[in-house]
Ligand binder design. Structure first.
Ligand SMILES: NC(=O)c1ccc[n+]([C@@H]2O[C@H](COP(=O)([O-])OP(=O)(O)OC[C@H]3O[C@@H](n4cnc5c(N)ncnc54)[C@H](OP(=O)(O)O)[C@@H]3O)[C@@H](O)[C@H]2O)c1
Length: 265
């Protein structure tokens, strides 16, 4: 067993593990010898990624087609993970469904975003952290967004829940570190994922997009460097936005995602 698998294996759970950054994590963790539990809603891409990982890396891969924003999601996850020694949790699922103004969207959309990113990250982190602390090793990575640094017109809830991710991970890092468990928020900006390609946001050509494989490789090389991991290609934007007065930050954030963040309705 590799040093990495000894510290972060033998199983990893990737919540949102079928596409994009989640699929990159799946391949790169499997390449290090970890077995995987992949969770996502659409069975097709989920099974495709699982089959590709099994064929390429020869590890065990379990799949669970599940909406992580639904009540009872922990029970469903426990049904496939209880009894496994889970040394890594990656919570990747969580992209915005908008952009749309709060008053123009069904309340349920806003709440689903909160359930996925806030409640989902909290419930899964707590569940798997307990076993990791008992073993004295492991890693938890919660995927946030550069969108967390400032409120954004037409993405108000998304920006806010990603802000939760960073602050939550910082506290978790402080709680877990003495027990030998690494925790971090991964704060990424535009990244070339299938989900991004399906939204109008991919049409924004002013900001270069990171590659999912590069993002996953950066994280796995820096798991112990929490509480906040920002890929090198996004660090300058992260630092600049954080240093801005708030009104300016909101304006720049909104402009950086135009034309999609202009009034659409
Ligand atoms: N792409 C970007 O430019 C960008 C920028 C900043 C931050 N991020 C963050 O990076 C993460 C990954 O983003 P992404 O662009 O790949 O989009 P995403 O829609 O979050 O999809 C990522 C994975 O999560 C799954 N997923 C999404 N919603 C789910 C749900 N409710 N229940 C279960 N699984 C779910 C997806 O499969 P299914 O659709 O089949 O469920 C897919 O496997 C997100 O947290 C996002 O906020 C992305």
């Amino acid at each position: 067993m590799s040093v990495f698998a000894g510290r972060y294996g033998p199983w990893a759970v990737i919540a949102g593990g079928s596409e994009g950054v989640g699929a990159s994590f799946a391949h790169q963790l499997a390449a290090r010898g970890l077995n995987l539990v992949l969770v996502a809603r659409k069975p097709g891409p989920l099974e495709e990624t699982a089959a590709a990982v099994r064929a390429k890396h020869g590890v065990q891969v379990r799949t669970l087609a599940l909406d992580l924003s639904h009540d009872g999601m922990l029970d469903a996850i426990r049904a496939v993970t209880d009894g496994l020694d889970v040394g890594t949790l990656i919570h990747n699922a969580g992209a915005a469904s908008g952009p749309v103004a709060l008053i123009d969207q069904p309340t349920e959309n806003a709440l689903a975003n909160i359930r996925l990113n806030v409640i989902g990250q909290t419930v899964l982190a707590q569940h798997f952290a307990r076993a990791m602390v008992a073993r004295g090793r492991g890693a938890i990575v919660l995927v946030g967004s550069l969108g967390a640094i400032a409120g954004c017109k037409n993405l108000a809830v998304y920006a806010a829940v990603k802000s939760f991710t960073q602050t939550f991970a910082e506290g978790l890092w402080a709680e877990m570190k003495p027990h030998g468990v690494d925790a971090a928020a991964l704060m990424i900006g535009r990244t070339r994922t299938p989900a991004l390609e399906r939204t109008p946001l991919h049409e924004n050509t002013g900001v270069p997009a990171a590659e999912p494989d590069d993002v996953a490789a950066f994280v796995l090389a820096n798991l112990a460097e929490g509480p906040v991991l920002v890929p090198p290609e996004h660090q300058a934007s992260f630092d600049a936005m954080r240093a801005m007065p708030r009104r300016k930050a909101v304006t720049i954030m909104t402009r950086s995602l135009e034309p999609q963040t202009r009034d659409l309705m």
